[in-house]
Ligand binder design. Structure first.
Ligand code: ZN
Length: 303
């Protein structure tokens, strides 16, 4: 049986798995990514993985990396949360070690690919995918494929919503992720409640809003208004059939969905909204599945 090795490289964990052509995971391994920050250790571990899964006929390796990638050469420009990876030719180095084809893309692109092939957006040709967490990761699926340029592209989190806003990790000001990121939500809640310390997790603001606490509801209203403005722009540009929301903050999806929909109706051009679906991401292992499917489709083309 022909299989692909998919690697989901996250901030806390690296998950890897053997995946069939139709996106089923046969075997899965999870590591702490803290031990694999050095390039040499990372490459050594991927090599070991291939040996561990030696009984499988692995055709290619796909990797979803947390940062800016040159998708043509498979080099990493930089990873915002992993120091030391500037301009690193990962694909070249891994191909030499593993002796099979390797493909690398940005992690949000990989998640989006998994969701449109096997998850919430199955079969969709045009989709916007967002991971709502500490930051905002984004991807655009267009004509059934990941929209990318020379770079992994679709840095949707860095679309400016209000240039007088807070400084963003990218160096700019007032990007959408400075309004929707989990830390911003926690801080906004702290301000509204006039308390010293914010709750530890966004889930708490979700629970308090469900219990009809006024300040918690305001946090989600503001969040929906900003996200709605931003998504309306995306809708006007790309005319997606579906918007898929993943990441920790999407845990509050049932609560903010109606507010977000009403913001979209206010802002987006109505013909663009016809038939649009707004859903939560579905796959637990989208990173592994997406990385493996990326490898398959880059190798064999998308059928
Ligand atoms: Zn930014």
């Amino acid at each position: 049986m022909k299989v692909f090795l998919g690697v989901d490289w996250g901030g806390t964990y690296i998950k890897a798995g053997i995946v069939t052509e139709d996106g089923r995971i046969l075997k899965k391994i999870v590591y702490s990514s803290a031990n694999l920050r050095k390039q040499k250790t990372f490459i050594g571990e991927i090599k070991k993985l291939k040996e561990t899964f030696g009984k499988y006929n692995i055709k290619a390796v796909g990797i979803g990396a947390p940062g800016m990638i040159d998708v043509e050469s498979g080099s990493i420009y930089y990873l915002p949360n992993v120091p030391g990876w500037k301009n690193f030719p990962l694909k070249k180095r891994l191909t030499k070690e593993l002796k099979i084809p390797v493909f690398i893309d940005n992690d949000a692109n990989i998640f989006a690919l998994a969701e449109v092939r096997r998850g919430a957006g199955r079969g969709m040709q045009r989709a916007i995918f967002l991971t709502l967490g500490t930051g905002l990761g984004g991807a655009v699926i267009y004509d059934g494929k990941i929209l990318e340029g020379k770079t992994s592209a679709s840095e949707l989190g860095h679309v400016v919503i209000d240039a007088t806003g807070a400084k963003c990790g990218c160096g700019g000001y007032g990007c959408i992720e400075t309004f929707t990121g989990s830390n911003r939500l926690l801080e906004r809640y702290r301000q509204l409640k006039k308390i010293k310390t914010a709750p530890a997790e966004v889930k708490e603001i979700f629970d308090r809003a469900k219990a009809k606490e006024k300040e918690a509801i305001v946090v989600w209203k503001e969040f929906s208004s900003y996200l709605g403005k931003f998504l309306a722009g995306m809708i006007n540009i790309f005319n997606p059939q579906i918007i898929i929301l993943g990441g920790g903050v999407s845990g509050a999806f049932t609560l903010f969905r109606p507010m977000l929909l009403s913001a979209l109706k206010k802002q987006a051009m109505w013909p663009q909204l016809t038939g649009l679906k707004l859903v939560k991401a579905k796959l637990a292992d989208a990173g592994i599945i997406g990385a493996a499917l990326l490898a398959k489709e880059k190798l064999e083309g998308y059928k």
